[in-house]
Design a protein around this ligand. Structure first.
Ligand code: SF4
Length: 175
């Protein structure tokens, strides 16, 4: 593996580890108020992944027996089998924030928007969410964008555009 690709994968893994710590702390903080758990898979969509993340996960899954949902409904994730994730340990970054209140900047870059699952937080009032107890999506996504930029510059097998995403359902072709 080329050094620059290896470095991008290492940077991705470090970011994912840091993000997981943040998400775990937030999940623990919110757990008295949330319903999210095994069996609910409403968040499990066919997400588009940045190429660095897509190919890193492919590397981890290569030659491993992974159960796939071949009859998935359109738009659903192929790794959702019997309402469980078959690649849980390697799931993408976006999946790690499932169930958290997500804070992100609007397109104009002027205001924060908050998104949360009403099935999950069905018993809190409007004042419950705050800047401190929400997941700051843009902070991690901007770091991931820079890692991906370095990756796609080094990756010569396919020329990706800077904002190109690869849907999860493309993964089996590479496994
Ligand atoms: S990778 Fe796993 S957690 Fe993520 S959307 Fe697919 S089934 Fe859900």
């Amino acid at each position: 593996m080329r050094k620059s690709i290896k470095q991008a994968y290492e940077d991705y893994l470090k970011l994912r580890t840091d993000l997981q710590k943040t998400c775990t702390a937030l999940h623990n903080l919110h757990s008295p108020h949330t319903q999210c758990g095994k069996g609910c898979s409403s968040c499990c969509m066919d997400f588009g992944l940045m190429p660095v993340e897509f190919h890193y996960i492919v590397e981890q899954l290569k030659n491993k027996p992974i159960a796939l949902n071949r009859e998935t409904e359109k738009g659903q994730c192929i790794f959702l089998v019997n309402n469980e994730c078959t690649i849980y340990e390697h799931r993408p970054i976006i999946c790690r924030s499932h169930g958290l209140p997500i804070l992100f900047m609007d397109e104009e870059g002027e205001n924060y928007n908050l998104s949360f699952c009403p099935l999950n937080f069905n018993n809190v009032n409007d004042n419950y969410f705050s800047f401190e107890n929400s997941y700051h999506q843009d902070t991690f996504n901007s770091k991931l964008y820079m890692i991906n930029k370095a990756f796609i510059e080094a990756y010569t097998e396919h020329r990706y555009q800077s904002s190109q995403l690869v849907p999860i359902h493309c993964m089996p072709k590479f496994l």
